[in-house]
Write a protein that binds this ligand. Sequence first.
Ligand SMILES: [Zn+2]
Length: 151
Amino acid sequence: MVNDDRTEIATTDELETDVATDDEKAIAGPNEVYCMDCGQTIKEAAEICPHCGIKQNKLETGDRADSDSTMTARRQYELESIAGKSTLLGALLGLLAPPVGYVYVGKWGWALVNFLTLNYFLLGFILVPLHILRIISDAKGELRIAGIGSY
Ligand SMILES: [Zn+2]
C-alpha cells in the first residue's frame, strides 16, 4: 500500500514537470504558430488551441500582407504626423514658400527638388499647394484604410 502511494506521487510530479516544460517553450517550431489568445505555441494545423480552447482565426494569420497589422509603427508615426498637419497652413506655406511647405509635411525630398527647380520654374505656385493638400489627404486616407485613428 505504502509503495503504491509513493508511485502515484512520483507519477503526478512527473506530469507536472512535463506541463511546466511545455509552458516554457516560447519559440515556435517550424510547424508551430502562436495561439492568438494565450500566446502558447501550438501546431500550425490546430484549429483550436489545446491550452485555452480558443478557436484560431486562420485567415488573419495567413493573409497578413494587406492587413493593418503589417503597418510598421514607424510608417504609422510618419503618416500620423503628416495627417495631423493643418491643411490651411500647408496650402498657405505651399503658396508663399513652397520648399517650406514641403518640409512642413515632412517631404524633404520634394522640398529639395522644388528648391533646385526654382519651384517648377515658377509654375509651382499653383501646383505645390495642391500637392501638399494631396500629401496630407493621402496620409489620412492610408490611416483610414488601416483603421487607425479617426481620420
Ligand atoms: Zn491558447
